[in-house]
Design a protein around this ligand. Structure first.
Ligand code: HEM
Length: 486
C-alpha cells in the first residue's frame, strides 16, 4: 500500500510536494496518494500545504472524522460549493453536483423522487441483469476459452457506460461487445476526470490561460467536453440508432427517465418553461457521477479479491449456500443477491481502501476553527481526504491496511453500520451520494456473477496503482486471465 521511505521520497515529500508544483512533482503525480498518506500519518492526520506565493494556495488536508462531520453536516451552511467549484467542474453546468441553495434543493428533490419510483428501480435492475447476461458474461466466456489476457478495468468501464446510457438516454451504445468498439464518448470521461485533477493542482490563472490558448490539458479537456456533449445531444434528439439485437428481454416496463425528470422538475420548481438546459446538465452530471465511480469500485474489488484467495473462497461459499442451495434452478434476482452479507462487507472494504472519489474540497464562507484545531478562512481550501482516511490507524485500527470483510459483519451476522464521516466513500450530510443503493445493487450483481462463474488471476509484474485523476482509476488498467469454474 505504501512506498518505502527512501531518501528520495523524503525529499520529494518534504520539499517539493509541500511547496509547490515542480516538473519532478508533476512527473510523479501518480504517487500523489501514497505520498500524501505517508505525510498525513506522520503529521497525526492533518497538515497545511502552502503553495508558491503566486499560486495563492492555502490548503488544509484533513483525515479527521470530526472535521469531516463538521464540514459535511454540522456546519453545512458554511460550506457551499461556490463559484470556484463550478469553474473547475464546468462540464456539469448547473447540474446538482455544482449548485447551491434553492436550485440545489430543487434538483435534489427532483432526482430523489425519480430514483424512488418503483418503475425506475425495476428498470435499472433489468438493465443491469441484461448487460451482465448479454454483454459481460458473453465477453468473459469468449476470452476465458482462449485464456486471453484482458483488461478488467476496461471491461467494467464499458459495462457501466452501457448501463448508464441505457438508463439515462434509453440508448445502449454496446461498447461491451466482443469486438471492443472504440466509442469516443466512453473514453472521453477518462480525459475529463484526469484533466480536472490538473485544474485542482494549478492556480486558476494558469489553466484559464491554457484554456484561452486552447493548449495542453485544457485542449484535451475541451475536446472531451465536445465529444460528451455531442453524444448526449444526439441521444436526446433521438438521432442515435440502437442496434436491433439489443432489445432487452428483461426491460418490460415502460419508463422514460427524461420524461420523469421533466415532470418532477416542473413539480418541484413550479416552472413550466424550457427544461432543455436542466436535462442536459442533469444527464451529463448523472453520467459523470455514476459511471467511473462504479467501474473503479469493481476494478479495485477484483484486484483485492485476486490478492486474497481466502476471501474469494468465502464469497463463493456464501453464494453457494444462499443462492445455489436455497434458490435452486430459479434465476437469481437483485433481492437474492442483496442478501449476500459477506460480499457486501468485501465491497465496503474495497470502497474503504480505494474510495473512487478520493477527496472532496470545501472553502468556508465565514472563517472558523475546525474540531482538529485548525483555523480556516475564505482563502483556505479544505481537502477532506477520503483516501487517507481508510489508512488511518486512529480510525480503523492497527489492521487498517488489511482487506478484511469481517470488519463489516456484526456479531449477529448482519451488516455493521459505520457513520458516513468514518466510511466516507459516498460522502455524507445533506449532499450525500444519491446513487449509493443503486451502486450496491449493480456491484453485487456483477461481483456475484463473476465470482460464481470464474476464478481471476492477476497477470504478474504489472504495475497497479491509481492514476492522477479525480476518480481513483488504475493508471495501467487491471490485466487478468480468467478460468471458468462453472
Ligand atoms: C460506487 C459508486 C459511487 C460512489 C463511490 C459515489 C460517491 C459519491 C460522492 C463522494 C459524492 C459527493 C460528491 C461531492 O459532494 O462533490 C457523490 C454525490 C453524488 N452521487 Fe454518487 N457515487 C457513486 C455512484 C453514484 C451513482 C450510480 C449515481 C447515480 C447515477 C450517483 C449520483 C450522485 C449524485 C446525484 C450526487 C450529488 C449529490 C448532491 O450534491 O446533492 N452516484 N457520490
Amino acid at each position: 500500500v505504501f512506498l518505502n521511505k527512501s531518501q528520495n521520497q523524503k525529499i520529494l515529500i518534504d520539499r517539493k510536494w509541500i511547496h509547490g508544483m515542480t516538473p519532478e512533482v508533476l512527473s510523479n503525480l501518480h504517487r500523489l496518494h501514497n505520498v500524501l498518506t505517508i505525510k498525513l500519518i506522520r503529521c497525526g492526520g492533518t497538515f497545511r500545504w502552502k503553495g508558491h506565493w503566486f499560486a495563492n494556495m492555502d490548503m488544509l488536508i484533513t483525515t479527521d472524522p470530526l472535521d469531516v462531520h463538521h464540514v459535511l453536516s454540522k456546519n453545512f451552511a458554511n460550506y457551499p460549493k461556490g463559484q470556484k467549484y463550478r469553474n473547475l467542474f464546468d462540464i456539469f453546468g448547473d447540474g446538482i453536483i455544482n449548485i447551491d441553495g434553492r436550485l440545489w434543493e430543487i434538483h435534489r428533490k427532483t432526482i430523489m423522487s425519480v430514483f424512488k419510483q418503483h418503475n425506475f428501480q425495476s428498470v435499472f435492475e433489468a438493465i443491469v441483469w441484461n448487460k451482465v447476461e448479454r454483454g459481460l458474461l458473453v465477453v468473459l466466456e469468449s476470452t476465458s476459452k482462449t485464456s486471453m489476457e484482458i483488461d478488467l478495468q476496461d471491461i467494467f468501464q464499458r459495462f457501466t457506460f452501457d448501463t448508464i446510457c441505457k438508463l439515462l438516454l434509453d440508448y445502449d451504445p454496446q461498447t461491451l461487445s466482443l469486438d471492443f468498439p472504440n466509442i469516443p464518448c466512453e473514453k472521453a470521461w477518462v480525459d475529463i476526470t484526469e484533466g480536472m485533477l490538473y485544474r485542482h493542482l494549478f492556480p486558476p490563472i494558469f489553466w484559464k490561460l491554457q484554456r484561452l490558448l486552447k493548449m495542453g490539458n485544457e485542449k484535451k479537456l475541451s475536446d472531451a467536453y465536445n465529444t460528451v456533449d455531442d453524444f448526449v445531444s444526439k441521444c436526446l434528439a433521438g438521432i442515435q440508432n440502437e442496434p436491433s439485437n439489443m432489445e432487452s428481454e428483461h426491460v418490460h416496463e415502460n419508463f422514460e427517465l427524461v420524461e420523469s425528470l421533466i415532470t418532477e422538475y416542473k413539480n418541484q420548481s413550479g416552472t413550466s418553461g424550457d427544461t432543455k438546459k436542466f436535462i442536459r446538465d442533469t444527464i451529463v452530471t448523472l453520467m459523470g457521477a455514476g459511471r467511473d465511480t462504479t467501474s473503479t469500485t469493481l476494478s479495485w474489488f477484483f484486484y483485492l479479491i485476486a490478492k486474497n484467495p481466502i476471501v474469494e473462497d468465502k464469497i463463493r461459499d456464501e453464494i453457494h449456500t444462499f443462492l445455489v442451495v436455497n434458490i435452486g434452478d430459479r434465476k437469481w434476482n437483485s433481492k437474492d443477491v442483496g442478501k449476500l452479507v459477506y460480499l457486501h462487507g468485501a465491497l465496503c472494504e474495497a470502497l474503504r481502501l480505494y474510495p473512487p472519489v478520493p477527496f472532496n474540497h470545501k472553502t468556508p464562507l465565514q472563517p472558523e476553527i475546525l474540531p482538529s484545531g485548525h483555523h480556516v478562512s475564505q482563502n483556505t481550501k479544505i481537502i477532506l481526504y477520503y483516501y487517507g482516511m481508510g489508512r488511518m490507524e486512529k480510525i480503523w485500527g492497527e489492521d487498517c491496511r488489511e482487506f478484511k470483510p469481517e470488519r463489516w459483519i456484526s456479531e449477529k451476522g448482519g451488516i455493521k453500520h459505520e457513520p458516513s464521516y468514518k466510511f466516507v466513500a459516498f460522502s455524507g450530510g445533506p449532499r450525500t451520494c444519491l446513487g449509493k443503493d443503486m451502486s450496491f445493487t449493480q456491484l453485487k450483481i456483477v461481483a456475484s456473477m463473476i465470482i460464481y462463474h470464474y476464478h481471476i488471476e492477476l497477470m504478474e509484474g504489472q504495475p497497479v496503482f491509481p492514476s492522477a485523476s479525480m476518480v481513483l482509476q488504475m493508471k495501467h488498467g487491471l490485466k487478468v486471465r480468467l478460468s471458468k469454474i462453472r
